[in-house]
Design a binder for this molecule. Structure first.
Ligand SMILES: Cc1cc2nc3c(=O)[nH]c(=O)nc-3n(C[C@H](O)[C@H](O)[C@H](O)COP(=O)(O)OP(=O)(O)OC[C@H]3O[C@@H](n4cnc5c(N)ncnc54)[C@H](O)[C@@H]3O)c2cc1C
Length: 383
């Protein structure tokens, strides 16, 4: 039995930290979350432009926590297609008899997770910026900028891919800066998207169109950082016309239907996911490039892997469950992380031979249904 009033302290009330708090509470643990933002920001998170594609497994995990049921505007992802500039036809993906996944706005996920912790009565201390970590014997302690000291058997860092707590724990991380940024643009358009997500790898830039509910989509336009000021300077009409052109006018005329957001693309892989009385979760463990839409999905899988190893009857900071969590999560996340980075390199290298190879790969894959079925199974992740 843990001698602590709180078994687990979580630093960060993002979608990963809050979902972990729900999962641990449901297993009977006593949890406290420390978050630097204020309560009003967490209760009504601002739209940050991100549309999060969720797999079948993530849906089940969110349903088990009662969070899925709180999500508004869930857009089914029925089909996907991948094009490379110059390829004859797009490469289609479709899961027979079921959706490939679902798209949900990140701020809705955050609001649902916040409502989930509120409903459970989990303690969330807002306006607490964590600045220190100390561990000795059976105790881990967090220090906040406002001078508070909190202690528990286990501390979990869920404080983003640029995690300060990871550094304080002495855990290094490999950062891969792609030298590109994603410009997110909400769009309204003339034609139905029919649940089709389009990924277009064009020379010098990539464009993804993600279906939202109604005749709305989110454009994710990935460009070299040097090209960003030119695009940012476009007015809404010019930007919508440029996106419609790049997408081959498949959705008809487009209008920008909200604020734009920019995210520099940096992937992060922590050298270890655990240390004595300490674990990393969410983007603090693995920060993915968004092209394969797996960052939060992996975050949820990690939460499941950690939560199922903890219970109120054992010391939550013992090495055995933490090491087992680390082994499982590295096995799940490693191939996805390496595969995504390799895919990005291959599809953003515009040297002539690579461009030709990419067209050939797409054309060949179109004629290999078993390969497409295997990739679709991976996308659906229905295991
Ligand atoms: C453009 C884009 C598109 C994406 N698309 C997808 C997708 O389709 N599918 C998918 O699965 N994933 C996607 N992702 C990834 C997904 O958004 C992230 O994996 C997820 O939001 C990470 O959540 P998190 O809780 O780990 O971190 P964050 O959301 O970064 O939250 C971290 C929290 O910690 C708090 N914090 C930080 N430091 C401190 C401190 N010192 N003290 C106290 N609190 C602190 C912050 O205030 C914040 O609330 C996308 C990401 C981007 C950028």
């Amino acid at each position: 039995m843990s001698p602590h009033a709180v078994n687990t302290l979580i630093c960060g009330a993002g979608p990963a930290g809050l979902a972990l708090a729900c999962a641990l509470h449901d297993r009977g643990l006593t949890v406290c979350v420390l978050e630097q933002a204020d309560e009003a920001t967490l209760a009504a998170p601002a739209d940050d432009g991100r549309e999060i594609a969720l797999t079948h497994r993530s849906r089940r995990l969110l349903e088990d926590m009662g969070l899925w049921q709180r999500l508004p505007d869930i857009a089914p992802l029925r089909r996907a297609s991948v094009r490379s500039s110059g390829s004859r036809q797009p490469l289609p993906f479709e899961a027979v008899g079921q959706d490939l996944g679902w798209l949900v706005s990140n701020h809705h996920l955050r609001a649902a997770a916040w409502a989930g912790v509120r409903e459970r009565g989990v303690t969330v201390l807002c306006g607490r910026s964590v600045v220190g970590l100390a561990r000795s014997g059976a105790v881990a302690r967090l220090h906040t900028r406002c001078g508070e000291l909190h202690e528990a058997a286990l501390v979990v860092a869920a404080d983003s891919r640029f995690s300060a707590l990871r550094r304080l724990a002495g855990i290094g991380a490999r950062h891969q800066d792609f030298g590109r940024s994603a410009l997110l643009v909400p769009l309204a358009h003339e034609r139905e998207h029919e649940g089709l997500a389009q990924e277009c790898f064009l020379e010098g830039h990539t464009l993804a169109l993600l279906p939202k509910t109604g005749r709305r989509s989110s454009a994710v336009w990935t460009v070299a950082n040097a090209a960003l000021p030119g695009i940012a300077a476009m007015d809404d009409a010019a930007l919508a016309a440029a996106i419609a052109r790049a997408a081959g006018h498949r959705l008809g005329a487009m209008q920008v239907a909200g604020a734009r957001h920019v995210y520099p693309l940096v992937a992060v892989w922590a050298e270890r996911f655990v240390a004595p009385r300490f674990a990393l979760i969410g983007d603090a463990a693995v920060g993915m490039h968004p092209v394969t839409a797996h960052g939060y999905n992996l975050g949820l899988y990690g939460i499941q892997a950690l939560a199922r190893r903890l219970s109120p009857s054992v010391d939550a900071g013992q090495p055995a469950p933490l090491l087992a969590y680390e082994a499982e999560h590295r096995r799940a996340a490693g191939p996805m992380y390496a595969g995504t980075n390799a895919l990005v390199r291959f599809f953003t290298d515009d040297r002539a031979p690579v461009l030709a190879l990419r067209r050939a790969v797409i054309d060949i894959a179109r004629h290999l249904p078993p390969l497409r079925a295997a990739i679709t199974r991976r996308l659906v992740d229905a295991a």
